[in-house]
Design a protein around this ligand. Structure first.
Ligand code: BES
Ligand code: ZN
Length: 616
């Protein structure tokens, strides 16, 4: 009995050492790093960008905190060629081994150190096929004149360009010196960005706040800067920088709204970088410098919810970080919730409720497509042995959002907001597991002691059970009710040209298109196009929805423009549904394969890995 007690006490102590993050003692199933023995406190990069060989080469110096006096440091790498490794300022040669390459996870780099080793310097070169890096030809950029490089490190791609402890549960500060062509500008997720070219092509950066490796980011290209406010601005290629500045003009309002909700912005500056169209995501929350797709430049600011989303990550994700990728909803669900709150504050409840209705539709469709009894529809994921990217579906985003919205509606907005504000502040620069969060929540509102409250929330159903719980909030939008009546009118014979669509925004149109029944006849599809020119829309989201319609109805006129779209846009969320729909028929699949053969070399690995799976 005494033994048992002692074991429990000891294990509790070792999981929660005083003043330390409990997660460091937890094994990250997607990382080889020995984080339970030793910590990397700082990373100093010195890298040369070579567009001819498509490589980054140079060195990474890691500052260690060898808490357990271990004699080895294990880092994550994938496809890196290691030239040599040295220890401390004297740079004595270190012994190291690079383990066998495992698909997705790469090779553990085991370096022999001493308990006193303070610095380890790794001299290395990346592979031309490094998963995080996309090297663009001038023809793939807006300006068509100069090459472009960008990184995408989340989820476990940082190891393809930096030897590091590549898990979200550990953090480090970083500094970097980047050498490139003097006619290009380098920017990073750090301070030191300026948007002016340096005569010698050398750029220096520093990130003073500790961040996880998946937030390491670099881009190099023909970039200019436009300020948007005192602490914000946008970087983009010269030909899109004005358009970008106009699109993001509300950014200061969004930052203020976010601060009013959940406390001060802790990263000093918030800038955006608009990438070429092959960027595989809508946005990536790289600290101080969100990376964004140009497909949100609709000209009317109608797709800026994405900016609210990436900005919100400055709290949910970048300040309080999911401890492992199984806790991904701690990043994305919280961020979608926060995004909706920012949108409500800046643009009003009618607007944010339209977004919420679309989110619920997305969630229901995602659960159907994954399978309502699949473990992948639980908030807490089990990604053991899998590429985290495979399990990162809309569930984390949308089911996460509705769970937090349910908390808000059940507990009351005032108390809930006070709790969240305190949660971000009290856990800043720390990692968070699902279980730690639930414990905070249950303690704060005494949920376990309150039968009514615990059954109203049914936490277990949301977090650890598949499918959509019965108590899912049901957003209402009057605007969308009006749209629905127009869909009905059209399906019942009112000519497209006579529908009442005055004042409709992008989201009205998206809802309209998504509610058209699949049984619609081709003549009516053509009629819609004549009335509203969807095939020629300049809005990437409307185009995606319209092309889906066109595929389902075999509307041939749209195929030429759709081909152009698939060749140009590399954002996974916009091309994946089209390839998926095309692959449902023999004819569609043949056409898709022809297009894809030409488009694939222009896609980032994140996108082509997904599309390969669909068209194989
Ligand atoms: N952090 C994600 C992007 C990501 C997720 C990269 C998983 C790698 C692995 C980013 O914040 C995001 O969610 N982007 C969305 C934006 C949207 C939900 C507004 C996107 O790219 O579509
Ligand atoms: Zn996100």
């Amino acid at each position: 009995m005494k033994m048992l007690f002692l074991t429990i006490v000891l294990s509790v102590i070792s999981i929660f050492p005083a003043n330390a993050q409990p997660v460091n003692s937890m094994k990250d199933i997607h990382s080889f790093a020995n984080t339970h023995e030793i910590a990397v406190k700082h990373l100093a990069l010195d890298l040369t960008v070579n567009f001819d060989t498509k490589t980054l080469s140079g060195k990474a110096t890691l500052t260690l905190d060898n808490k357990k006096k271990t004699k080895q440091l294990i880092l994550d790498t994938r496809g890196l060629e290691i030239d040599k490794i040295t220890l401390d300022e004297k740079e004595t040669r270190a012994k190291f081994t690079l383990g066998d390459e495992q698909k997705i996870f790469g090779s553990p780099l085991t370096i022999t150190i001493t308990p006193k080793t303070k610095f380890v310097t790794i001299y290395y070169i990346t592979s031309p096929t490094a998963g995080a890096l996309q090297w663009l030809e001038p023809s793939q950029t807006a300006g068509k004149g100069k090459p472009f490089l960008f990184t995408q490190s989340e989820a476990i791609l940082a190891r393809t360009w930096v030897p590091c402890m590549d898990g979200p549960g550990v953090r480090m500060t970083y500094s970097a010196t980047i050498h490139t062509r003097p006619d290009l500008v380098a920017v990073m997720s750090a301070s030191g960005n300026s948007g002016t070219k340096s005569a010698d092509g050398v750029y220096k950066f520093e990130m003073k706040q500790p961040i996880p490796s998946y937030l390491l980011a670099l881009a190099v290209g023909d970039l200019e800067f436009r300020p948007l406010g005192i602490r914000s601005g946008v970087y983009a290629e010269p030909s899109v920088v004005e358009k970008s500045a106009n699109e993001f003009a509300d950014i200061e309002k969004m930052i203020s709204a976010a601060e009013e909700l959940y406390g001060p912005y802790r990263w000093e500056r918030y800038d955006l970088l608009v990438l070429p169209p092959s960027f595989p995501f809508g946005g990536m929350e790289n600290p101080r410098l969100t990376f964004a797709t140009p497909t949100i430049l609709a000209g009317d600011r109608s797709l800026v919810a994405l900016v609210a989303h990436e900005l919100a990550h400055s709290w949910s994700g970048n300040l309080v970080t999911n401890a492992t990728w199984n806790d991904f909803w701690m990043n994305e669900g919280f961020t979608v919730y926060f995004e909706h709150r920012i949108m409500e504050k800046v643009y009003g409840r009618d607007y944010s409720e339209m977004l919420a209705v679309l989110t619920l539709k997305d969630l229901k469709e995602e659960i159907q497509s994954i399978g309502p009894s699949s473990d992948d529809t639980k908030l807490k994921l089990n990604l053991a042995g899998r590429d985290p990217d495979d399990g990162m579906t809309n569930i984390a985003y949308d089911k996460g959002y509705f769970f937090l919205r349910l908390c808000e509606e059940t507990i009351g907005r005032e108390q809930w907001d006070a709790f969240l504000k305190q949660y971000f502040d009290g856990n800043a620069f720390k990692s968070m597991t699902t279980e730690m969060f639930l414990e905070h929540l249950q303690k704060q509102f005494k949920i376990k002691q309150n039968k009514e409250l615990s059954s109203a929330l049914s936490i277990n159903d949301w977090v650890y059970t598949a499918g959509l719980p019965a108590n899912c909030p049901n957003p209402q939008s009057n605007e969308f009710e009006k749209v629905k009546s127009q869909v009905n009118a059209f399906m019942n014979g009112t000519p497209a040209s006579q529908l009442s669509t005055q004042g409709w925004t992008t989201h009205h149109w998206l809802y309209f298109l998504r509610n058209i029944p699949d049984s619609i006849r081709l003549e009516k599809v053509i009629e819609l196009d004549y009335a509203f020119y969807f095939t020629r829309s300049g809005n990437s989201e409307i185009l995606c929805e319209w092309f889906l319609r066109a595929i389902k109805s075999d509307y041939e006129t749209a195929y030429g423009p759709m081909r152009g779209y698939l060749m140009n846009v590399g954002r996974r969320k916009l091309v994946k549904p089209l390839y998926t729909e095309l692959a449902k028929t023999e004819k569609g699949k043949t056409w898709a394969k022809q297009v894809y053969e030409k488009a694939r070399p222009g896609y980032h690995s994140v996108t082509y890995n997904t599309i390969d799976g669909i068209l194989k």
